[in-house]
Ligand binder design. Structure first.
Ligand code: SAM
Ligand code: SF4
Length: 322
């Protein structure tokens, strides 16, 4: 088990398999790696299935228990099924975050390859609002969600970024997941301005949590990041609120691998990249150790001066009546 100087065990590896994407979300942070590439842009630098398999094997030696694939959009890669199959041979707990637009035709094969769960990003169930935010169509994404449920990638987690443009769509999203008979869960992700800037898009996430708490049957706290989970009509609604949140960072157990094979200790940083390509197994182990040794909580250690959580700049929330 790798443990950093702040006592944080590393149990989770998030692998970005590409920087390419077929959508153009207005808020995209692209895992902190700069602008996304169009789907057909050159991609010679992407890590290969063999390199991913070897990295996961070494991660397993260090006690890492779960792998999540992300991007860019992971499903622009035609070899995702191969990547998943190679990964589950090493670490069985494998999931993926996708924009869902290409999921319908791949869900079956991904499930057969061993994928356990999927997060599908949906910021609104209203087609126009969805298109305004993600610059893509909602319909194939809903098809993808249905396919994921059909093949048993359940419960499917829906990711919704909470910012100025989505707040009014939260009640409809709650109704949507609440009608799914436990097949869907909702993850409300606080908009992270750090990597994309427009600070006036932020809304007061504590107000969202208070609003959820008033309606919830029960509130739970998850170990990873101390995230709050609200049970709402029997459905889990999880709030991921990292911004200016020292408690979140102190409970972070995740490291990352970039699309071009660099280990990274924190989403918000790009000054901590450790190249791994071409290393032998011992070199790769040393890279993992270095990555974890240099890891510090972003808020509280890397950044010590930041606005309070109740920033005056946050936009007050007005939810539509339900
Ligand atoms: N393309 C895939 C997708 O959209 O699900 C995977 C990559 S995307 C970078 C991973 C997740 O990060 C998505 O749920 C997306 O909505 C979320 N995300 C992207 N930029 C964000 C930001 N600035 N703040 C909060 N979440 C963000
Ligand atoms: Fe970024 Fe994902 Fe949106 Fe693509 S679909 S632009 S990777 S958030």
């Amino acid at each position: 088990m790798l443990v950093d100087a702040f006592g944080r065990e590393v149990t989770d590896l998030r692998i970005s398999v590409t920087k390419r994407c077929n959508f153009g979300c207005v808020y995209c942070h692209d895992e902190g790696l700069g602008p996304i590439l169009r789907p057909r842009s050159p991609h010679e630098d992407e890590i290969t299935p063999e390199e991913i398999e070897r990295t996961v094997r070494v991660a397993r030696e260090f006690g890492i228990r779960s792998i999540k694939f992300t991007g860019g959009e992971p499903l622009v890669r035609a070899d995702m099924e191969d990547i998943v199959a190679r990964t589950v041979n090493q670490i069985p707990d494998v999931s993926m975050t996708t924009n869902g637009s290409m999921l319908a035709r791949r869900a079956d094969a991904l499930r057969s390859a061993g994928l356990k769960r999927v997060n599908v990003s949906i910021d609104a169930v209203d087609p126009k609002a969805f298109h305004d935010i993600r610059k893509g169509d909602l319909h194939p994404v809903l098809e993808g969600v249905r396919a994921a449920i059909r093949v048993g990638l359940v419960p499917v987690k829906l990711n919704m970024v909470v910012f100025k443009q989505t707040v009014e769509h939260i009640p409809a999203m709650l109704d949507f997941v609440g009608d799914s008979h436990g097949q869907l869960k909702l993850q409300l992700i606080q908009f992270m301005p750090e990597l994309v800037d427009p600070h006036d898009w932020a809304v007061d996430i504590d107000a969202v949590k208070a609003w959820l708490a008033r309606r919830a049957e029960k509130v739970l706290v998850r170990e990873m990041h101390h995230r709050h989970i609200y049970l709402y009509n029997g459905t889990e609604v999880e709030v991921v609120d990292p911004v200016y949140n020292e408690e979140f960072c102190l409970n972070c157990h995740r490291i990352r691998l970039t699309h071009d094979g660099k280990l990274k200790g924190c989403l918000n940083r790009s000054d901590d990249l450790i190249p791994t390509r071409g290393l032998d197994d011992e070199g790769l182990r040393a890279a993992f150790r270095k990555c974890v040794a240099e890891r510090v909580p972003y808020y509280g250690a890397y950044i010590t001066q930041f606005p309070s959580r109740h920033a005056e700049t946050a936009v007050p929330i007005e939810f539509p009546a339900t």
